[in-house]
Design a protein around this ligand. Structure first.
Ligand code: TXA
Ligand code: MG
Length: 336
């Protein structure tokens, strides 16, 4: 199959593919998603196949309005969920709630009694869902295990020939996937950190727990997706937490008979020897989050054996950034 690149105005063409039961990658403010008709299990199965994703890992249901959610979710969650929707939608917050029995297929929920809902902040995609008239499922539009796509060309690289089209809306603004919050438990719990953090959430609801710090490979995590190796380029990624260690780390890894790439902010890169391949994370944790996945992908295209990547303090946006970077590095840190 030839994968078509559509402009962000070709909404009807994209909706027509979805109506024919085909897969269309769509832009969001976080990363590109792989879209399919959420109401058709046969089509949703194709999403798993295209990504090579384990089928017990449930998908996010993307909607164009809160009303669309209440056709599927347990309506007793309205008082709590609507506070969050009002404050953060459209935006990078995914809300997990119990669903009305039989309303969404096992292909979407992975057999759970809950489902994840999100209204993305992207005009083309909101228009697409409205034109299509039904919610679309959308995992990140990458091959399972690889860094999430923040450009249409990343989607094309991983999925061309496997999907009908990509709705191209340029680079995504945030670069890190949405915060996932589970409302189906006694205390609302963050299962995946994102750009909306617990302080933001606590301005709107009384109580929030974080589960993501505790998730290890041996535990059964609440968000099934968190147990898999993720965001990993072919290169070995090593995190440099203390920026003062960069010169020493660069000296160590460039002595080996291997190619070294450095992924860091401009302040660090200006001290890096010219023979070393680099990718800029901009100048702060916000731009670093936006550029992280693109950097990991580019240094892979450049055939690096090792990538030394800058860590940030574990606070604010640094929590989500470090969460993704740790997964791509298999938790390998310089010096430990
Ligand atoms: O920003 C985003 O969220 C992007 C864009 C495309 O919207 N999507 C995305 O989807 O990151 P995905 O499939 O890569 O990640 C969804 C996460 C997975 O970790 C999955 O296990 C979890 O949400 N999840 C989905 N439904 C769930 C449920 N009912 N209970 C617990 N976790 C769930
Ligand atoms: Mg993903």
């Amino acid at each position: 199959m030839e994968t078509e690149i559509l402009e962000n105005t070709q909404i009807q063409e994209a909706a027509d593919f979805l109506a024919k039961g085909q897969l269309v990658a769509f832009p969001t403010e976080t990363v590109y998603g792989l879209g399919a008709d959420a109401t058709r299990p046969d089509v949703v199965k194709d999403v798993y196949a295209a990504k090579g994703r384990p089928s017990d890992n449930p998908l996010i249901v993307h909607v164009a309005s809160p009303e669309m959610v209440w056709e599927y979710a347990d309506n007793s969650y309205q008082p709590l969920a609507q506070k969050l929707m009002k404050a953060f939608w459209p935006g990078p917050l995914t809300i997990i709630m119990p669903i009305q029995p039989g309303k969404l297929s096992k292909a979407v929920t992975g057999g759970l009694t809950t489902a994840a809902f999100r209204m993305p902040n992207n005009k083309a995609t909101l228009d697409l869902i409205k034109t299509f008239g039904k919610p679309i499922v959308g995992p990140s539009a990458n091959t399972s295990g690889k860094p999430s796509p923040t450009l249409a060309k990343h989607v094309y690289h991983d999925l061309h020939g496997k999907i009908a089209a990509i709705l191209d809306d340029g680079p995504t603004k945030l670069g890190v996937e949405s915060t996932v919050i589970d409302l189906s438990v006694d205390v609302p719990t963050i299962l995946r950190p994102g750009m909306i953090d617990s302080d933001d959430l606590l301005k709107v609801i009384d109580n929030v727990n974080s589960d993501h710090h505790k998730v290890t490979a041996t535990e059964v995590p609440k968000a099934p997706g968190m147990k898999y190796k993720h965001y990993a380029p072919s290169a070995q990624v090593i995190i440099v937490d203390d920026v003062k260690d960069f010169p020493e780390a660069i000296a160590k890894y460039s002595k080996k008979d291997a190619s070294l790439g450095v992924l860091a902010t401009d302040a660090i890169l200006k001290e890096v020897p010219e023979n070393i391949t680099t990718f800029s994370l901009g100048d702060d944790v916000y731009s670093a989050s936006k550029e992280l996945f693109a950097g990991l992908r580019q240094l892979d295209v450049d055939h690096m054996d090792y990538i030394l990547a800058q860590g940030f303090p574990d606070e604010g946006h640094g929590v989500a950034y470090n969460n993704r970077l740790n997964k791509s590095a298999g938790n390998a840190h310089y010096k430990n």
